[in-house]
Ligand binder design. Sequence first.
Ligand SMILES: NC(=O)c1ccc[n+]([C@@H]2O[C@H](COP(=O)([O-])OP(=O)(O)OC[C@H]3O[C@@H](n4cnc5c(N)ncnc54)[C@H](O)[C@@H]3O)[C@@H](O)[C@H]2O)c1
Length: 321
Amino acid sequence: MKLSNGKNILITGGAGFIGSNMVEKLAENNRITVVDNLSNVDERYISKYLNKKDFRFLKADISSLHERSDLTDVDVVVHLAANSDVRNGSNGPEVDFQNNVVGTFNLLEYMRKNDVGEILFASSSTLYGEAAVLPTPENYGPYMPISSYGASKMAGEGFITSYSHYYGIRGTIFRFANIVGKNSTHGVIFDFIRKLQKNPEEPEILGDGTQRKSYMHVQDCVGSMIHVHEKSAKTDIINLGNRETTSVTKIAHTVAERMGLPKVKFRYTGGIDGRGWAGDVKVAQLDVNKLFSTGWTNKYDSDGSVDVAVAETLKQMGWRK
Ligand SMILES: NC(=O)c1ccc[n+]([C@@H]2O[C@H](COP(=O)([O-])OP(=O)(O)OC[C@H]3O[C@@H](n4cnc5c(N)ncnc54)[C@H](O)[C@@H]3O)[C@@H](O)[C@H]2O)c1
């Protein structure tokens, strides 16, 4: 289904980082409903749409959608609502189970009851765990996630493919690398900026700084989601990211340089095996050949995504040298 011509699109988590960028991309030519419980962010990133025709905001939990009777006109769901911070689960996995597993299940129940036929789902590279094959292709297995967040995404994927088989709901499942850019609410860049603001002398880096991951700019993320979903005719799974990786230390230096603090000395917490926290995958590199074989090209590589995202985040925070 084309997502560009007068569709009724429900975006869960639409007030958040990736969600608000998705709203920007889709609002021009479609009728948008955002469902968000505002647990991670307020309405600031979607405030300009709140009084617009063809835009509806429901402050609600996705777990309650299957009990509502006022959402009968939806053609397609973009499912982004989740506990999005991998670290949270190490303090209690319930947050991932409730929001990401029960939430996704109840959303699918809502879709089944209301004949909504298509879903785009934000899954994650964390479901691969510490993959023995790098770059990791979509058909790598067995999945052995090391965080409850990764486990919850694995469950979400499984429910989507089963609902696809039982009820004909078509799902496009996207396993994201680290997404960065405008409107971010959390993550490595956001953390470093905050730390450097508080302590420009000796800010802390979680782990040993050698953690290496692939980064993707949010514009490439939302653009490729739409591109891939429109091209695909059946339920499918696809990695989203860039070919190369970049290290946590390199990102920290990029942030410091952009803030005019090139001589800053970072202090490493060390962590267990150099990880930032329990459940932090040390090296994540996705095989993105399937993405590029659809004809999609990213505007930014990993380092370019980080660099642009640092500038965008600093600007949004009103930071001046
Ligand atoms: N940002 C990344 O690097 C990244 C990487 C992999 C996967 N993802 C996934 O992409 C999606 C979007 O992530 P994001 O970075 O924009 O995070 P975000 O926290 O900015 O956005 C998630 C939004 O969902 C809302 N939400 C959370 N639980 C909810 C619930 N139960 N009911 C209704 N709303 C709820 C939050 O208030 C928030 O606005 C998430 O599913 C996340 O797991 C993100």
